[in-house]
Design a protein around this ligand. Structure first.
Ligand code: NAD
Length: 357
């Protein structure tokens, strides 16, 4: 096919490197913010205070209330807090939950966000927001929620425990996998996805041996930047749809769910996505990328079945209904029978197998 594509470039500033947190004030100045509210989660209060100290009189408030899935009441309180101190922006430090709260404030109050990620989830590179109201999660795309500057400091990721390192890395790999076969992939996003997958394939086994290996931490965080950028620039398919349904309706843990589901979706989609499969084969050094991802997560000690994550077998039907209720981009057409077979395999923790009709 003749080459043709649309590429959406992202405008964020990115500063990357061990110790980069020390330059956070420069980044805040560079994007013109003078009175920020620092946002973190309750378990990151010490880091939140360190960030506030580094920013000095640029800080108007510190809020350590970020919670999983951004409950609307928490978002509302955060927006009110920012308004009450007349903040002109937020600095969100933490995983996808803290950055998600920063985005919720940006959505409601149009305040720019500077992000300091401490996991590999990738939210800092996307214009996607999420809010949970009464157990129902809504998401949307809105350019103004995308952080205007991102500081990636691998030193902040050394504290991630082995299980979070593994599942968060698999979460990032999922962005690369789906970006490679996305309908709006471009040569740039495909390069980023392949390079990001390669970085994780190298870094994750090294981190399983020694989580304090700063070179491997830097390689993984570099992969997270690339994979997050792919997520921000392309349309996600069956895998993200299923994880959203599993997380939203059953409350399964975000990164762990991605880890279980990804090899099964890739096994299903691979026959319809030969170029994506070839890129992943190069990145992972294998001719069976789905099996390689399954082996990788097993080698890292991650759980590989939805059963182990607490899902009951009779809940599969509900997730099938949710997943097929609205159409989404996917390289291979999907019907309810396909989703059910895939979820049954993921529920039981079976080896991922390519199923042809
Ligand atoms: P998280 O932010 O909920 O963090 C998980 C746990 O790990 C928390 O207890 C947190 O305190 C802890 N933690 C974070 N960094 C740590 C570190 N360096 N050391 C030790 N502990 C640390 O989890 P997550 O997987 O980063 O983010 C998941 C959330 O982000 C979900 O709600 C998901 O929907 C959202 N998300 C959104 C996007 C997007 O583009 N909008 C992308 C990816 C994820």
């Amino acid at each position: 096919m003749t080459r043709a594509f649309v590429h959406r470039a992202q405008a964020a500033r990115v500063r990357f490197g061990a110790g980069a947190l020390e330059q956070l004030a420069e980044e805040v100045d560079a994007v013109g913010l003078t009175r920020v509210m620092v946002i973190c989660g309750p378990s990151h209060q010490e880091l939140g205070r360190r960030v506030a100290d580094l920013l000095g009189d640029r800080v108007a408030a510190l809020l350590s209330e970020a919670r999983m899935h951004v409950p609307v009441e928490v978002a509302r309180r955060a927006g009110d807090a920012a308004a009450s101190v007349d903040a002109d922006g937020c600095v969100a430090v933490g995983g996808g939950s803290a950055i998600g709260l920063g985005k919720a404030v940006a959505l409601e109050r149009a305040l720019p966000v500077v992000a300091v990620p401490t996991t590999y989830a990738g939210s800092e590179m996307t214009p996607v927001w999420g809010l949970t109201d009464d157990g129902v999660k809504r998401t949307g795309r809105e350019p103004r929620v995308q952080p205007v500057a991102v500081v990636y400091d691998p030193e902040l990721t050394v504290s991630m425990p082995a299980d979070l390192t593994a599942t968060s890395g698999m979460n990032a790999l999922a962005h690369a996998v789906e970006g490679l076969y996305a309908p709006d992939a471009s040569p740039i996003t495909s390069w980023m996805a392949e390079e990001g997958a390669r970085a994780f394939a190298t870094a994750l086994p090294a981190l399983a041996t020694d989580g304090t290996d700063l070179d491997a931490r830097a390689e993984a965080l570099y992969g997270a930047w690339l994979c997050g950028s792919v997520l921000g620039s392309t349309t996600m398919g069956l895998h993200h749809k299923l994880c959203h349904a599993l997380g939203g309706s059953l409350g399964l843990p975000h990164a762990a769910t991605h880890t279980v589901v990804l090899p099964h979706v890739l096994a299903f989609n691979a026959p319809a996505a030969p170029e994506a499969s070839a890129a992943l084969a190069r990145a992972l050094g294998t001719n069976d990328p789905a099996r390689a991802l399954w082996d990788l997560s097993g080698g890292l000690g991650a759980q590989r079945s939805l059963r182990e994550l607490g899902m009951a077998e009779d809940e599969i039907g509900r997730v099938v209904d949710l997943a097929v209720a609205s159409p989404y981009a996917n390289p291979r057409p999907v019907d309810a029978g396909d989703v059910e077979a895939l979820l049954r395999a993921a529920w039981a923790g079976l080896v991922p197998r390519t199923r042809r009709r």
